[in-house]
Design a protein around this ligand. Structure first.
Ligand SMILES: Cc1ncc(COP(=O)(O)O)c(C=O)c1O
Length: 421
């Protein structure tokens, strides 16, 4: 029996209505940018499996580093012990994170990195004896699927059924270059009426919203203002982190640095699940006390898993290598050229790009999980390209090791697809 047939017996997939769409394609191998299915068909992974495997699938350097680590130390409880891979990773991260970040807290995935960030902000004020319970977030943001992360995300099919169970959040528009005075007025009104603990944001680019890029100066003025009101700022770099925007972190583009940062996805190069919530020394100090209860009692069993740490260390070594830095630059330039050639096409409403991220809005109404989107997905797969449109946005986020021919194939598939929408 095929894997596709066996899958249906016991498996329940995320983000899927099984009654309408019962089949899942079985992938048996992944190497570099290429996925191979059980029938031997190959697809370029043009979205890096949700922005994780940025150095290519099964990258030999990362695989070897994790294999070596597996033979030495698999897992120990991080609440009681420490180990070389966690220490080495913290040192490597502190070197590339914005300068104000000084402490590294381990989690399992992007949502729990956000969850821990939200809890840090809430408990920071709880420990001080200050009652602050409200969060501010951007409209249409996406921060994950646990309750705190769902609360600060924009309302959608993801969190709609749980609306009555979420923490209190006020949502503001993203800055577009013309609206930041209005946003600041809205913020002034919010902070005058509520005790605000934190503001969470996807810096510069909102991934799940359709790779929407917002205005850097506008974002900076929001952060600057909130800092004057002691509202803790949390940069969710789960999607943007580790080179995607052309900088190691999107926060590098912004003058005002966050108090807390959430990292995952490319952190472990697509090999193993892990996440990190980093913060400033000041946030960490807010948990130091003779009172045990003021410590941060948030823990995941697999915290700082040594094998995942080894993958992350190897990933950072690649990220900071000359070769990857060069690759990010040529991919970025190539996106610019593609954008210039395609943006006047009558079926194209808008294009945007930053680093290895490219997005194109189609001039057609498309449901996030509707029939046109399914038709496009199939169209791309039939041409050997895995692209996953978000609403009417087709986006590319390729591994840094993609070849020029592979990237051209992705562009060609998108150009051809415009004829069927
Ligand atoms: C910006 C952002 N934050 C958080 C998450 C949640 O991460 P995870 O799916 O690992 O829980 C995502 C996932 O796409 C994301 O893009």
């Amino acid at each position: 029996m095929s894997l596709k047939a066996r899958d249906k017996k016991h498996l329940w997939h995320p983000l899927k209505q099984h009654q309408l769409n019962p089949d899942s394609l079985a992938i048996v191998k992944a190497k570099g940018c290429m996925l191979t299915d059980e029938d031997g068909n190959q697809y370029i992974d043009a979205i890096s499996s949700w922005y994780t495997c940025m150095y290519g699938h099964c990258n030999d350097y990362i695989v070897n580093a994790t294999y070596k680590q597996m033979q030495q130390l698999d897992h120990v409880m991080f609440s009681d012990f420490t180990h070389e891979p966690a220490i080495q990773l913290s040192e490597a991260l502190i070197k590339i994170l914005p300068q104000n970040q000084n402490k590294i807290y381990f989690n399992d995935n992007g949502s729990t990195a956000v969850e821990a960030g939200i809890k840090m902000a809430l408990q920071y004020y709880f420990n001080k004896g200050e009652k602050r319970s409200l969060f501010i977030a951007f409209e249409d943001g996406f921060h994950g699927d646990t309750f705190g992360a769902m609360s600060v995300s924009g309302l959608s099919v993801y969190n709609g059924p749980f609306e009555n169970f979420l923490i209190k959040v006020k949502r503001i528009p993203t800055p577009n270059g013309a609206n930041h005075k209005a946003i600041l007025n809205q913020l002034k009104s919010i902070v005058s009426k509520h005790n605000v603990a934190g503001f969470i944001y996807e810096p510069i680019i909102q991934g799940a919203a359709g790779m929407k890029i917002h205005n850097i100066e506008g974002l900076n003025s929001i952060l600057e203002f909130l800092k004057t009101k002691d509202v803790l700022t949390i940069a969710d770099e789960v999607m943007t982190g580790f080179g995607k925007t052309g900088e190691h972190f999107a926060s590098n583009y912004i003058e005002t640095k966050p108090d807390i940062m959430c990292l995952s996805k490319a952190l472990t190069a697509g090999l193993l699940p892990m996440a990190i919530t980093s913060c400033t020394q000041a946030i960490y100090n807010g948990f130091l006390s003779d009172d045990m209860a003021k410590g941060f009692f948030h823990c995941h069993t697999y915290s700082a898993n040594p094998v995942a740490c080894a993958a992350a260390i190897a990933g950072i070594e690649l990220l900071t290598s000359e070769e990857i830095e060069k690759n990010i630059k040529w991919i970025s330039n190539s996106h610019k050229t593609f954008s210039d050639t395609i943006k006047h096409h009558p079926k194209v409403k808008a294009t945007r790009h930053i680093g290895v991220i490219f997005a194109l809005d189609i001039n057609a109404k498309m449901e996030r999980y509707g029939s046109l989107r399914d038709k496009l997905l199939k169209f791309f797969m039939d041409r050997g390209v895995f692209l996953r449109p978000l609403g009417n946005t087709i986006y590319i986020q390729v591994p840094y090791v993609i070849t020029k021919q592979e990237l051209q194939k992705v562009y060609d598939a998108i150009t051809e697809a415009l004829e069927i929408v």
